[in-house]
Design a protein around this ligand. Structure first.
Ligand SMILES: Cc1cc2nc3c(=O)[nH]c(=O)nc-3n(C[C@H](O)[C@H](O)[C@H](O)COP(=O)(O)O)c2cc1C
Length: 221
């Protein structure tokens, strides 16, 4: 598959087949993603691959933390503290599309929460990935890491697999680090679901829109 196809095909997948992905498959994707560029070749990325009983245990703990209202302790501030247009509008549209695809009405808070909780099970994907970097790293390394993550998702797409990057999986950072024995002086950036797309699931049927080039590009001559 050429890069153009993978770029267009990749999407966030939130329902997976109960079909295992082998460690060889995972390694082959990571072996491609590691070619991502990074400032002075720091390669700040560290990856924890979680499957089997470890995944079940971690999912249970994450779900419990969410359901009991445990305080979130994300290692960095992902989103703006104060939302403003057009980002607030896009955010709302993104949520609406997702909930609409599974027939959840705008005001149905309970069903929305239940759907959101699926995040902590990585949408029942056979593989959960967790991404961390040393806490001495600064903002520039977040750029490097983003390139690694997109490379990984494109490589997975090219190999017939699906992904969903998940900030939600970094919300209980201490819990994840303890469970996976990741050093405390580490930034947990996000998680990712990896597996085979359930193409029959309504939640996987929609695509998110993108801006036209005129809306975000300026040419200077
Ligand atoms: C770093 C990152 C974190 C994300 N976190 C979540 C998440 O926690 N849960 C979720 O359902 N989607 C999450 N997403 C997926 C976005 O909602 C999705 O990328 C966006 O709506 C565009 O849709 P697409 O990926 O299908 O093109 C995340 C995406 C990124 C890049």
């Amino acid at each position: 598959m050429i890069v153009q196809e993978a770029l267009l095909k990749r999407k966030s997948v939130r329902a997976y087949l109960n079909k295992p992905v082998t460690n060889e498959q995972i390694k082959s994707i990571l072996d491609l993603a590691k070619h991502a560029p990074s400032g002075v070749n720091t390669q700040p990325w560290k990856v924890d691959v979680v499957t089997g009983e470890c995944k079940t245990r971690l999912q249970k703990k994450l779900l419990k933390a969410f359901q009991t209202g445990a305080p979130r302790d994300m290692d960095y501030q992902y989103y703006p503290l104060e939302w403003k247009a057009p980002y607030s509008t896009r955010r709302a549209a993104c949520g609406l599309q997702l909930y609409h695809s599974v027939g959840i009405e705008k005001g149905d808070k309970d069903k929305r929460l239940t759907q959101w909780a699926a995040n902590y099970r990585a949408f029942d994907a056979p593989v959960m990935l967790f991404f961390t970097m040393d806490s001495v790293m600064q903002t520039g390394s977040f750029l490097d890491f983003g390139m690694f993550l997109q490379s990984l998702m494109l490589a997975a797409t090219a190999k017939g697999l699906a992904t969903c990057p998940q900030g939600a999986l970094a919300e209980y950072a201490t819990l994840v680090k303890e469970e996976l024995q990741i050093p405390a002086d580490t930034i947990l950036l996000c998680g990712m679901a990896l597996g085979y797309e359930d193409t029959t699931a309504p939640i996987n049927t929609y695509r998110t829109p993108r801006l036209e080039l005129e809306e975000f590009v300026r040419f200077h001559t």
